[in-house]
Design a binder for this molecule. Structure first.
Ligand code: NAD
Length: 288
């Protein structure tokens, strides 16, 4: 299969990542169907697409024709069968839970045409964890976008030992077609490149705050002013979701059983209080 054979792309999950990936794919000229188990999330994604495209036209970043074309090529449905049944490429962006992803990949395997590539946008889980839920592991890989997906250029494509050269190449070509910068990892490693580096920083920041060396605000100031990062680790966790950070850490702990990998007490407390960051208006910081 070549990039030219891809006409229709299915995005599974309309959350923080899925709604923007859907729009980015539509803007690259593909027919897109976004599916989610929540009609509310689908409605939000659809409203976002309309508002975003109108704003881009108003700012003269897009022509009215480009916006109309993107909107017309984008559809939303609760039915996985309808979304994936005729898809040539699937990007799974559902919750970061291995059991959910495995079940989805097994379903996608039976629904999609045999040539379809199945990619996961997981932040940490390598695709071999889901590939064997299908009968075509050679067509499974990681395609990891960054938040916000409409803005961030980087996409990590991971070619596991089960992933064919063709699958990796078509996925890299899709990144280029979308105006993204793809980096190809030739071996699987949990967390890929960027999140491994970010995790090392986050874990140290949480450790320093947990043992009372400095407050989250002071640590963020140190990282921004001392390292030149655009945002400190606590503000970044608020932005991406402390609940997601907890799920990721728990998944890692389940895999390694290393007590040092357990979520920090501060993260456990925030999750229990439903202070998940920007999305709940409170995390390490408060938001209006
Ligand atoms: N948030 C980030 O910054 C970020 C960045 C890169 C990658 N990711 C990865 O992207 C994926 C999604 O993360 P998110 O932050 O968008 O999560 P989210 O919680 O915002 O959205 C997940 C969506 O998946 C839906 N969902 C759950 N089960 C489903 C199913 N069986 N079928 C269809 N939809 C289902 C939920 O209803 C929800 O709308 C995760 O694997 C995450 O690791 C997240």
């Amino acid at each position: 299969m070549n990039l030219e054979d891809i006409k229709k792309i299915c995005i599974v999950g309309a959350g923080t990542m899925g709604h923007q990936i859907s729009l980015a794919v539509a803007l690259a000229g593909f027919k897109v169907t976004c599916t989610d188990i929540s009609q509310e999330m689908l409605n939000k994604a659809q409203n976002f697409a309309r508002t975003y495209l109108a704003e881009r036209v108003a700012k003269e970043k897009l022509s009215q024709e480009q916006a109309d074309r993107a909107l017309a090529s984008l559809s939303f449905t609760e039915s996985l069968e309808e979304a994936a049944g005729d898809a040539d490429f699937v990007i799974e962006a559902a919750v970061e839970k291995l059991d959910v992803k495995r079940k989805l990949f097994a379903e996608l395997d039976s629904i999609t045409p045999s040539h379809a590539i199945l990619a996961t946008n997981s932040s940490f889980i390598v695709s071999s964890e889901v590939a064997y839920a299908t009968k075509k592991p050679d067509k499974v890989c990681n395609m990891h976008f960054f938040y916000p997906a409409l803005v961030m250029k980087l996409v990590e494509v991971v070619q596991g030992s089960h992933t064919s050269q063709e699958t990796a190449q078509v996925t890299m070509d899709l990144c280029t077609k979308m105006g993204k910068t793809g980096v190809l990892l030739k071996k699987e490693i949990y967390g890929f490149l960027v999140n491994r580096i970010v995790s090392a920083i986050n874990n140290e920041a949480l450790f320093l705050a947990d043992i009372g060396i400095a407050s989250p605000e002071e640590i963020d100031t140190a990282v921004v002013s001392g390292l030149g990062h655009p945002m400190g680790p606590f503000r970044l966790m608020d932005l991406l979701g402390i609940d997601l950070y907890y799920d990721i850490t728990m998944e890692r702990y389940r895999m390694t059983q290393d007590p040092r990998e357990k979520p920090s007490p501060m993260v456990v407390e925030k999750v229990a209080k439903k202070e998940w960051g920007r999305k709940t208006k409170k995390g390490f910081y408060k938001y209006d």
